[in-house]
Design a protein around this ligand. Structure first.
Ligand SMILES: *[C@@H]1O[C@H](CO)[C@@H](O)[C@H](O)[C@H]1NC(C)=O
Length: 488
C-alpha cells in the first residue's frame, strides 16, 4: 500500500482543512468579546431610540447572535449531500467560500453601520458556511487520502477545528483584537482563511472517487489519482473504486422510515444517535460559547486568559486522544471521558455553590473546567465519529440522513443556559450516557474488516453497506462496527 504524502496531497488536505479551522474560529470567536459587543448593541440602541437597551432585550439579541449560527448550520447541512453531488466536492467548497465572505463582511461592518441586524445576519450566513464546510471537508479529505493514510489525515479535520477555536480565543484577548475598537476586525478576520482557501483550491484536484463513482469519468479520475499519489500506475486504486461502484449499484435503496422500522438497522442507529447525543448534551458547548462568563461568575481573576487556557487544554488533549485511541478500546475511552466529565461537572457545581464562603474555590472551578474539556476530548469528542460514520448507507436516502446528522449534531450548539446548577443537569445526562455505553455499546477494537463485514452481510442480507470514505479510521485492521455482538 502506497503511503507517500505527495505535494499535491499535502496541499489539497491543507486547503480543505482551512474550512474546518474557519468552523472552529467561528465557534470560539464570540466567547471573549461578549461584553464589548453587548456594549455596542446598547450604544446602537441609544443612538436609534434615545434610551438604553433593557437587560432582557440585550440578552435576547445576544443569544440570538450566538444561536443563529447553529440555525444557519443546521439548514445548510441538509444540503451537503445534494450540493456535493451536484457541483462536485471541490467546486462546492469553492462556492461555499462566498458565504463565508459575505458573512464575514457583514459582521465586520456591523459596528460601522451601527446595525446589530447585520451582525446577526452575518452569524447566520457564516453558520450556513460552517454547516456545509463541516460536511464537505471530511468528505473531500477522506476521498483524496490513500487508504493507508485516511485515518491520520482524517484527524486533521478535528485538529483544525480545535486550532481554530484556540486562534479565535487568542485573537479575542483585549490586548489583541478583543477591544472596543477592534472587535469588528476580530469578526472580519474570518475572511482570511476563506481568501486563502479560494486561491489554493484551483490547484487541488477534484476527488477521484467522486469523478469515477458519481460522474463516471474514469479518465479524469485516473489523472487525479496520478497527481495525488505521484505514481503512474494507479490501477489498483481504480480497481478498488470499481469494486465499490459495483457494490453500490447492486444495493437496494433504504428509506429513512424503513431504517427505524427494520430491526436490522434499529439497534445500530439507536446506538449511534445516542453516542452523538452524548457528545452534544455533555455541556461542552456551554464551555466553548460561554466560558468567559462562566469563569467570571466563578470569580476567576482574568477570565479571558482562563478561556485561552481551556483552548490550550482542548488542543493538547485532542492530540493526546489521537495516541490513546490507538492503544485503548474506544468503548473504554468513551466511558472514561464521560465519567471524568461527570465528576468535573459535580466538582464545578460544588465549587460555584461554595464560592461565597470560600474564595479559593474559584481555582477549583477553573481546574474543574479544564478537566471537563480534557475528558471531553478523550471520550465524547472524538469517539462517536468512530462509530457513526460506520453506519452510513451508501447512495441511499439514509446516506443523506447521516450526512445531515453528522453536521447537525456537529453544529447544534444552542445551550446558552449557564446558571450555577446547570452543570448538575449535564452531570445527570453524562451519567445516563455512561450507563448506556456500559450496557449497550459493544467494544469493537481489534476486529478486522473481514470479520466485521462477513458478520454484517450475514446478518443484514447484504443490503446495507459500510461507508469507508469519510471517517477518522485507520483502514482494515481496526475497523469497527456496532451493535453486532448482541446478535450472535
Ligand atoms: C446601556 O448603556 C447605558 C449608558 O449608556 C447604561 O446606563 C445601561 O446600564 C446600559 N444597559 C445595559 C443593559 O447594559
Amino acid at each position: 500500500m502506497d503511503s507517500t504524502v505527495t505535494g499535491t496531497l499535502a496541499l489539497s488536505v491543507f486547503t480543505a482543512v482551512l474550512g474546518s479551522m474557519e468552523f472552529g474560529y467561528n465557534i470560539g470567536v464570540i466567547n471573549a468579546p461578549q461584553k464589548i459587543i453587548e456594549k455596542d448593541y446598547n450604544a446602537t440602541w441609544m443612538h436609534r431610540y434615545n434610551e438604553p437597551i433593557s437587560e432582557g432585550t440585550l440578552t435576547s439579541l445576544w443569544s440570538l447572535s450566538v444561536a443563529i449560527f447553529s440555525i444557519g448550520g443546521m439548514l445548510s447541512s441538509f444540503c451537503v449531500g445534494f450540493v456535493s453531488e451536484w457541483l462536485g466536492r471541490r467546486k462546492a467548497m469553492l462556492i461555499n467560500n462566498l458565504l463565508a465572505f459575505i458573512g464575514g463582511t457583514l459582521m465586520g461592518m456591523s459596528k460601522l453601520c451601527r446595525s446589530f441586524e447585520m451582525m446577526i445576519l452575518g452569524r447566520f450566513i457564516i453558520g450556513a458556511y460552517c454547516g456545509l464546510a463541516s460536511g464537505l471537508t471530511p468528505m473531500y479529505v477522506g476521498e483524496i487520502a490513500p487508504t493507508s493514510l485516511r485515518g491520520a489525515l482524517g484527524t486533521l479535520h478535528q485538529l483544525a477545528i480545535v486550532t481554530g477555536i484556540l486562534l479565535a480565543q487568542i485573537l479575542g484577548l483585549e490586548s489583541l483584537l478583543g477591544s472596543d475598537e477592534l472587535w469588528p476586525v476580530l469578526m472580519g478576520f474570518t475572511i482570511m482563511p476563506t481568501v486563502l482557501q479560494m486561491s489554493l483550491l484551483p490547484f487541488c484536484p477534484e476527488s477521484p472517487r467522486f469523478l469515477y463513482i458519481i460522474r463516471c469519468q474514469e479518465h479524469h479520475a485516473k489523472s487525479g489519482l496520478r497527481r495525488l499519489t505521484g505514481r503512474q500506475d494507479v490501477g489498483d486504486m481504480l480497481a478498488e473504486m470499481k469494486e465499490e461502484k459495483r457494490r453500490m449499484d447492486m444495493e437496494r435503496k433504504v428509506s429513512i422510515p424503513e431504517l427505524f422500522r427494520s430491526s436490522l438497522y434499529r439497534q445500530p442507529i439507536i446506538i449511534s444517535i445516542l453516542l452523538q447525543l452524548s457528545q452534544q448534551l455533555s455541556g461542552i458547548n456551554a464551555i466553548f460559547y460561554y466560558s468567559t462568563s462562566i469563569f467570571t461568575k466563578a470569580g476567576v481573576q482574568s477570565p479571558v486568559y482562563a478561556t485561552v487556557g481551556a483552548g490550550v487544554v482542548n488542543c493538547a488533549f485532542t492530540v493526546v486522544s489521537l495516541f490513546l485511541v490507538e492503544r485503548m478500546g474506544r468503548r473504554t475511552l468513551h466511558m472514561l471521558g464521560l465519567a471524568g466529565m461527570c465528576i468535573c461537572a459535580i466538582i464545578m457545581t460544588i465549587a460555584l455553590a461554595l464560592l461565597e464562603t470560600v474564595p479559593s474555590m474559584s481555582y477549583i472551578s477553573m481546574l474543574a473546567i479544564f478537566g471537563f474539556v480534557a475528558f471531553f476530548e478523550i471520550g465524547p469528542g472524538p469517539i462517536p465519529w468512530f462509530f457513526c460514520s460506520r453506519v452510513v448507507l451508501s447512495r441511499s436516502e439514509a446516506g443523506y440522513f447521516f450526512t445531515f446528522n453528522k453536521s447537525l449534531f456537529d453544529i447544534f450548539r444552542l445551550q446558552d443556559l449557564c446558571g450555577p446548577y446547570v452543570f448538575l443537569i449535564f452531570a445527570a445526562l453524562l451519567l445516563f450516557f455512561l450507563i448506556f455505553t456500559f450496557f449497550r455499546v459493544p467494544e469493537t477494537q481489534g476486529k478486522t474488516f473481514d470479520q466485521i463485514a462477513a458478520n454484517f452481510h450475514h446478518n443484514l442480507g447484504g443490503t446495507m453497506d459500510m461507508d469507508l470514505d469519510m471517517d477518522l479510521d485507520k483502514p482494515s485492521t481496526e475497523l469497527d462496527y456496532l451493535g453486532d455482538d448482541s446478535n450472535n
